[in-house]
Design a protein around this ligand. Structure first.
Ligand code: LLP
Length: 412
């Protein structure tokens, strides 16, 4: 079900026209559909309904408190990677015993905060980190539940910046070295060896690598059991890809789940899943206003009020986002680059796009912007960050106001 459809040539989010939202809150604006966000969480959850599992929404993807609250209220857990994300997750009322803490560089302070909160599990990425966690827990008279994030050395076939499960990446502990590190964890009274984890990459459009990674984790779990270390949890991370371009057909949650469930069948572990992009990506758009048309040599540009500080994915990863007019004119398209006001040639939302002729004031929607959009935005060029809006049926509300100039100098 898509909640971003045209009605009489006007792009709607659920039952609200984007033009109306733009008239009331301006642009750039991130606009999310509540039904889409909740619906995708439910679809993901349903794919694992027949096995023992916990879905932990990956907070980094879109950490707006209103969206976090939707996930928390649905009974889902949270995947966090920092003290700040722990703070937001607790503020959103996620239950601590449903929070897993991932990340390659947790500080002792962040560990202490998470121990205090009573989270489910730390996904530990190195031997040195394990030592710091053991000491931090011992100082607090607590026992930390630990999974080792294993690097299964599987090629996720995605953009190199977001491929994480290959040997040679900074992530995880080599699956060959993991047994020795588990032995250390099992020997520490301040640690409980509770699980095994991996996250092989993001935006995977082929489900096979997930099965390969699960098989590695299964083998490791069985070997550890034989050695007397009994793991309860298997955390497969996130990574399920989405369609950024009309016509793309990434695996469905059911296809993805089937691959993993086949491999872990009969193992007797609780599966933890950390979806992010799948839930939020196509649940939001970034609304832009056309400022100018211009031409340089043979190249035609549409300059908008959205820039790389609002959505960095095209600049950073060469990522494709569909860009569509909010009001369809039906006029024949011309090929243009859609760019922003920031002083860099890398500041573009899309290159060589066929778009209907546009004039100043026309609105565009950059699709697939709900994941890693606002979350990665910045104040570069002293640009206040965009307003965020949540649509629910016939209504919408601001869930984070646009930053002001005063926000830009706060604390300076
Ligand atoms: N779990 C862990 C440990 C992760 O590192 C990530 C994402 C996730 C879960 C969620 O993965 P997802 O389901 O969203 O693929 N900024 C990049 C993506 C970075 C991914 C970082 N880790 C982008 O815009 O494509």
């Amino acid at each position: 079900m898509d909640y971003f459809n045209y009605e009489n040539g006007e792009l709607m989010v659920e039952n609200v026209s984007l033009a109306r939202i733009a008239a009331e809150v301006g642009a750039p604006a991130y606009v999310y559909s509540r039904a889409a966000f909740v619906g995708r969480l439910k679809a993901f959850e349903a794919a694992f309904a027949d096995v023992d599992h916990l879905v932990c929404y990956s907070v980094k993807v879109n950490a707006n408190l209103s969206l976090l609250r939707l996930a928390a209220a649905g009974g889902y857990g949270a995947d966090i990677v920092s003290g700040g994300e722990l703070f937001k997750a607790l503020r959103a009322d996620f239950r601590p015993e449903r929070i897993v803490f991932s990340g390659v560089g947790k500080t002792a302070r962040e560990m202490a905060e998470a121990l205090e909160a009573g989270i489910l599990m730390f996904n530990v990425e190195s031997e040195e980190e394990l030592e710091v966690l053991a000491k931090t827990a011992a100082d607090k008279n607590k026992r930390a539940r630990v999974a080792l994030r294993v690097n299964p050395d599987v090629d996720p076939k995605t953009h190199p910046y977001i491929a994480t499960g290959l040997s040679g990446s900074k992530f995880g502990i080599s699956h060959k070295e993991a047994p020795a590190v588990y032995a250390r964890a099992a020997a520490s009274p301040a640690l409980e060896a509770a699980g095994v984890a991996c996250h092989i990459g993001s935006q995977l459009t082929d489900a096979a690598p997930f099965a390969d990674a699960a098989a590695r984790l299964r083998g490791l779990t069985e070997n550890l059991r034989a050695a007397g270390v009994d793991l309860k949890y298997m955390d497969m991370g996130g990574g399920l890809g989405i369609a950024y371009r009309e016509g793309e057909t990434p695996p469905t949650p059911a296809e993805y789940a089937a691959r993993i469930k086949n491999v872990v069948d009969g193992l007797g572990v609780k599966l933890i899943l950390e979806p992010g992009r799948f839930v939020a990506g196509n649940s939001g758009v970034l609304l832009a206003t056309v400022l100018y048309n211009k031409q340089n040599g043979a190249k035609r540009f549409v300059v908008t009020d959205c820039a790389m500080n609002d959505l960095i994915r095209p600049s950073l990863y060469g990522a494709w986002h569909d860009i569509v007019p909010v009001r369809k004119s039906g006029a024949p398209p011309a090929t243009v680059d859609v760019v922003g006001p920031v002083c860099e040639s890398g500041d573009f939302m899309g290159k060589d796009r066929p778009l209907q002729p546009l004039v100043a004031g026309d609105l565009l929607a950059v699709k697939g912007a709900g994941a890693y959009g606002f979350a990665m935005s910045s104040n570069y060029n002293a640009r206040p960050r965009a307003v965020e809006v949540l649509v629910d049926g016939d209504n919408f509300k601001i869930i984070k106001p646009r930053e002001t100039y005063e926000d830009l100098v706060r604390g300076e």
